[in-house]
Design a protein around this ligand. Structure first.
Ligand code: 13P
Ligand code: SF4
Length: 367
């Protein structure tokens, strides 16, 4: 370590360092920490971050890894805030989770606040016996307090890889599902399961009764929170049509956060891990247009040179919050840790943790 304690420097001091220096210092600090640290990297992270990751994966895989590696007391989570919270909830009490930049949030997660979900639940309770008829199911792209809400109300969490199994579980128990905060993931899975359109309603948290009539709510089997991913909403049906026309042999593979009109035109739909594994396993010479975040697609292009990999949109769709985790932030967090200082500690309050863990454990049991 050179000179000053890392804690005495601001993270901005790291921003002027060269890529080579950042790389070397991060490697050195990680080497000093040895088995005490584990770096987890989401599939959307930049290369300069992923090269330091012990494990790379989608939300579900990373959540499982955090829980499985209790022997590593420090987890540096290179992803977004909700993922680091999930790792904290699932990890053991001897483990500390660090998010290199606290501003790495998720715009979709911000589309459902606990006050709004409480109001929705109360509104539903005025219309029907909500605790007996509705299972709340929250996408992991959400604050810990919403996962806790689900734990407390016999509900469950899901990820993009297990949403179908979760919805099957929920419908086997109760008549209706309140699915939040991503309307697209919920609708895409319900479409696959054959749920008729008239049994789905959208719940707009800014409208009385979510913008629905009492009759529509009574009839609905799926209440979809009006929320979306600002990255995946950029993919349009016209992009799929363009690639099909231009390259008749192309396979279209997209993330289920995309609009249903994109998903229904695609050949394959799945989580970030599913997308990577599917393209990696495809025969050489095959052509793929991929509808998910740009860093993932660019890495796929480089790692699969024997295939043609295209980004599905004509405009840049990058997750601006994932992008906040960069080499300077990672180096800053790692050097601090090596010097005995924990920065950006993610700590879910104990009362939330208990309920949120229950909802996550239910998900783990069905996936
Ligand atoms: P995955 O669980 O598929 O990695 O997706 C997480 C995410 O945030 C996608 O936008
Ligand atoms: Fe959130 Fe979308 Fe970024 Fe995923 S890609 S972390 S859903 S904003």
């Amino acid at each position: 370590m050179n000179g000053l304690d890392a804690i005495q420097r601001s993270v901005t001091d790291y921003q002027t360092l060269s890529a080579e220096e950042l790389y070397a210092r991060t490697v050195e600090a990680k080497r000093e920490l040895g088995d005490r640290v584990m770096v987890l990297g989401h599939n959307y992270q930049r290369d300069e971050v992923i090269e330091h990751a012990d494990f790379q994966g989608d939300s579900l895989l990373l959540a499982k890894l955090a829980a499985e590696h209790a022997e590593r007391p420090y987890v540096i989570f290179c992803g977004v805030h909700f993922m680091a919270e999930t790792a904290d909830i699932l990890s053991r009490s001897n483990q500390t989770v660090i998010l290199p930049d606290m501003a790495a949030g998720c715009s979709m997660a911000d589309m459902a606040a606990i006050e709004q979900v409480d109001e929705c639940w109360e509104a539903l309770a005025r219309i029907l016996p909500v605790e007996e008829t509705v299972t709340p199911a929250v996408y992991v792209n959400s604050a810990a307090v919403l996962k806790a809400f689900c734990g407390e109300h016999e509900g469950i969490t899901c990820t993009s890889s297990n949403a179908r199994a979760v919805m099957e579980w929920a419908w086997a128990r109760r008549e209706k599902i309140l699915f939040f905060p991503d309307e697209h993931l919920g609708r895409n899975i319900a479409n696959k399961m054959g749920l008729p359109r008239e049994q789905m309603v959208v719940w707009d948290p800014f409208q009385p009764n979510g913008g629905n009539s009492v009759e529509a709510i009574r009839k609905a089997r799926l209440l979809l929170w009006k929320g979306h991913c600002s990255v995946h909403q950029m993919f349009q049906p016209a992009h799929v049509d363009y690639f099909r026309k231009q390259y008749p042999d192309v396979k279209i593979i997209v993330h289920p956060e995309c609009h249903e009109e994109v998903v229904s035109r695609a050949d394959l739909v799945g989580s970030t891990e599913f997308i990577i594994r599917t393209v990696a396993a495809a025969p050489p010479g095959t052509m793929w247009a991929v509808g998910t975040e740009l860093n993932l697609v660019n890495r796929l292009k480089r790692k699969q040179p024997d295939k043609r990999v295209f980004f599905l949109s004509s405009t840049v769709c990058q997750c601006a919050t994932m992008f906040r985790i960069d080499a300077p932030h990672l180096c800053w967090a790692m050097e601090n840790l090596a010097e005995g200082h924990v920065v950006n500690h993610i700590l879910v309050p104990d009362d939330e943790k208990v309920w949120a863990k229950l909802a996550l454990d239910r998900m783990m049991a069905v996936s």
